[in-house]
Ligand binder design. Structure first.
Ligand code: NAP
Ligand code: G4F
Length: 338
């Protein structure tokens, strides 16, 4: 073991986990992470970190484990003895959670409880970050949502996140553990999973520009989200765990836009009209929808000195440009600059 601070991440193979691992390595942490066994490689987003060997060993140290498997969590905590644990692991797709409520609850709700209990039993002063979600606000009870807004979850995923959030609060209050919740509104990037709506759109825009696809099938275009840029949001996670006392923070841009607005911007960036390519597919509708999310992150700005910087329009352009490159196209020659 080294004298550097040690962090343990669950969900490192996902969008946020990969950006967080990069950030912590850059800050000088010894970074460890839990990965699940799968029949194909799931480490594409962190391969560059795993291959990067430092003097003290690998930049990123991977351990097999699962939030469904208490023994693996106990074992990795014993081996790593982390100072900070970031719990990002989740079945994070809202629509899938309607079809797999039990698995979603097991990973998201019980998984968080297993990890918290395993940390408690180490007796070590670990700082714990829980990846909470604006989905917990669900059928929103005020136009702008902050740390005091009541939760009204609308999916098995969101209900499981409320359980996990409350478990973190409970461990803080009952056992004096350092447990902090981030309540993060949607955040996107070129590493966003391809099944989430922004990435699904930007990938289709790039394929259409490359002449490899004609149409894109989407569900509800009217839903509104508060969309930020993922690399900035993992910086907020780190800042949350550097506070002297554990607390809960909303992380958001403060703006809201519809799915249709995102599609319009993404298609316009390559000189196309979304109406010519987007088709409606009712299979992407959900049994219960979250119509509007718009966060008030003024507490984060005041206490953490954190503020979203990337605009909605820039976010769409960053994602389209990356997907164009993946299609072998040069964004500078394909994208419009007006
Ligand atoms: P993501 O890309 O879907 O990544 C999810 C990660 O969780 C993957 O590494 C996945 O591993 C891992 N995982 C799934 N089930 C697991 C299990 N049983 N045990 C251990 N790991 C498991 O999600 P993300 O967008 O990076 O989001 C990170 C976290 O923030 C999630 O908890 C999500 O619910 C939450 N969140 C996200 C947003 C957002 O807008 N992105 C907003 C609020 C909250 P595999 O690669 O093996 O599948
Ligand atoms: O991109 P989405 O699937 O994200 P959603 O449901 O807002 O959840 C994401 O953000 C949450 C934070 O609020 C996270 F906690 C969660 O883990 C995840 O990262 O859908 C956004 C909106 C929805 O209203 C959905 O109904 O887009 C609508 N939509 C319309 N057509 C679609 C589609 N969503 C998807 N995934 N695919 C479609 O074809």
């Amino acid at each position: 073991m080294t004298g550097r601070p040690r962090a343990l991440i669950t969900g490192v193979t996902g969008q946020d986990g990969s950006y967080l691992a990069e950030l912590l390595i850059a800050k000088g942490y010894e970074v460890h992470a839990v990965i699940r066994r799968s029949s194909t490689f799931s480490t594409g987003r962190v391969e560059h970190l795993y291959q990067d060997v430092h003097e003290e060993g690998r930049a990123l140290n991977l351990h097999y484990g699962d939030l469904l498997d208490t023994g693996s969590l106990v074992s990795v905590l014993g081996k790593v003895e982390p100072d900070e644990v970031y719990n990002l692991g989740a079945q994070s797709h809202v629509a899938v959670s309607f079809q797999m409520p039990e698995f979603t609850a097991d990973a998201v709700a019980f998984g968080t409880m297993r990890l918290l209990e395993a940390i408690r039993q180490t007796g070590r002063p670990v700082r714990f970050y829980q990846a909470g979600s604006s989905e917990m606000f669900g059928k929103v009870e005020s136009p702008l949502q902050n740390e005091d807004t009541r939760f009204h979850p609308r999916s098995p995923y969101a209900i499981a996140k409320v359980f996990a959030h409350q478990m973190a609060v409970f461990h803080r209050e009952a056992y004096g553990m350092y447990c902090a919740n981030g309540i993060l509104f949607n955040h996107e990037s070129p590493r966003r999973g391809e099944v989430f709506v922004t990435r699904k759109i930007t990938q289709a825009v790039a394929r259409i520009a490359a002449g490899r696809q004609d149409h894109l099938y989407l569900g509800n275009l009217k839903a509104k989200r508060d969309w930020g840029y993922a690399p900035e949001y993992v910086e907020a996670m780190w800042r949350i765990l550097q506070q002297p006392e554990p607390d809960d923070f909303v992380i958001a841009t403060g703006e809201t836009h519809s799915v249709e607005e995102f599609a319009a911007l993404a298609f316009a960036s390559v000189g196309r009209r979304w109406q010519e390519h987007v088709r409606y597919d009712p299979r992407y509708e959900r049994p219960a929808e979250v119509d509007l999310l718009q966060g008030d992150a003024s507490k984060a700005e005041r206490v953490l000195r954190w503020k979203a910087r990337t605009t909605f329009a820039d976010l769409a352009r960053i994602m389209v440009a990356a997907d164009l490159r993946a299609e072998g196209l040069d964004p500078d020659s394909v994208m419009r600059h007006d």
